[in-house]
Design a protein around this ligand. Structure first.
Ligand code: SAM
Length: 348
């Protein structure tokens, strides 16, 4: 059965100038047909930079011994999200290094408070945890798990010391998708050592997974990582990957990630919104925690509410009043006619 037959080629991913513009316009049209000009708007809070993993590309890797490590305080996070979140935010993503302690002490109680006090949709991005934790997080009231497969080529995955093994990471993604979670995954574009084939492998991998969303993050060399001297991902390649995801799976929620501003200073983020991205994220992490939540460089480009709203307005887009989680709930409920069957084998 043929579902959505688009699959990128290397030539498409390398396109530039007018061909590229036409490709992005096609992807943006597909997003508008599916979602209108509405873009989901969520907040992210980064609650711990302790991490038991040692990914070569990430500044929070456990081997980075000079990094001051912190966990957020539950009362501070609850106060921020219950009383001081921007009015435009419909969802929150709670993110951290892979730190089971913060899950137990902060994330689980925070989700229960948010469920009781707010109608926010709740996403988590906490790494690979035990199945018991996944069940507890779902029961507490989170419903979207973000777990990127990062690199679909097992050799490059191992070379980059990405979490566990690729097979384990995929097993967790599949388990989450089969056990009641909405799942968003993703990959890093432009990593050192990535070839045309290993880049394309990311699309083949994403296509086989039962996902609700997928992201492309441009590789940004982290100052305090083993890859500090590697070049950053090419912004055009990253944007082409985003457009290709949109055409491959029109129904996916695809974020414009803040690192687009680092890969494409000046206009990278706005160009991302022109490739069919339909999710934007306001960073609400308090500054004292944010300074050591080190993915790449200390001079992070922080997406404030003002920056996000003005980028959306400039692109003729509007923040959605419907939460992401509500969208998924309706899309999956029988009778709404919203979605095509999952696990359909797509033709190349
Ligand atoms: N620890 C959790 C996990 O493993 O899913 C979530 C937090 S992790 C720091 C968030 C994401 O940052 C990773 O999934 C990875 O894709 C991204 N990341 C880290 N370093 C990066 C870099 N140098 N360039 C691009 N993305 C990076």
């Amino acid at each position: 059965m043929i579902d959505e037959p688009f699959f990128p080629t290397t030539d498409v991913l390398k396109s530039r100038d007018r061909t590229q513009q036409a490709f992005h316009e096609r992807a943006a049209r597909v997003a508008v047909e599916r979602f209108g000009r509405q873009v989901f708007l969520r907040a992210v809070v980064e609650v711990s930079n302790f991490c038991r993993e040692n990914c070569s590309y990430c500044g929070m890797r456990r081997g980075h011994r000079d990094l001051a490590r912190h966990r957020a305080r539950l009362d501070q996070m609850a106060e921020l999200l219950v009383r001081h979140r921007p009015a435009s935010v419909t969802d929150v993503n709670i993110q951290s290094g892979e730190d089971p302690v913060v899950v137990r002490e902060v994330v689980l109680p925070l989700i229960k408070i948010l469920r009781r006090e707010t109608s926010l949709g709740i996403s988590v991005c906490l790494g690979t945890l035990s199945r018991e934790f996944y069940d507890e997080l779902l029961a507490a009231g989170a419903s979207l798990y973000i777990l990127k497969f990062e690199i679909a080529d097992a050799g490059l995955y191992a070379q980059m010391a990405a979490p566990g093994t690729l097979a384990e990471r995929l097993e967790h993604i599949r388990w989450l998708a089969a056990s009641g979670w909405n799942v968003s995954s993703g990959f890093i574009a432009g990593l050192p050592g990535q070839t045309e084939d290993t880049l394309l492998a990311n699309f083949a991998c994403a296509r086989e997974l039962s996902l609700d969303g997928c992201s492309v993050s441009p590789f940004i060399p982290g100052d305090e990582t083993p890859l500090a001297n590697a070049p950053a991902a090419d912004i055009d390649l990253t944007l082409n990957c985003m457009a290709a995801l949109r055409l491959m799976r029109p129904r996916w929620v695809i974020p414009a990630v803040s690192a687009l501003n680092l890969a494409g200073p000046g206009d990278g983020y706005r160009r991302g919104l022109r490739t069919g991205a339909n999710l934007v994220t306001i960073n609400l992490t308090p500054p004292d925690l944010r300074k050591d939540y080190l993915l790449y460089r200390r001079d992070r480009f922080i997406m404030t509410e003002e920056r996000i709203l003005s980028a959306l307005e400039a692109e003729g887009l509007k923040p959605s009043r419907q939460s992401l989680v509500d969208y998924y709930r309706r899309e999956k409920s029988p009778g709404t006619g919203g979605r095509s069957p999952r696990n359909v084998v797509a033709a190349v």
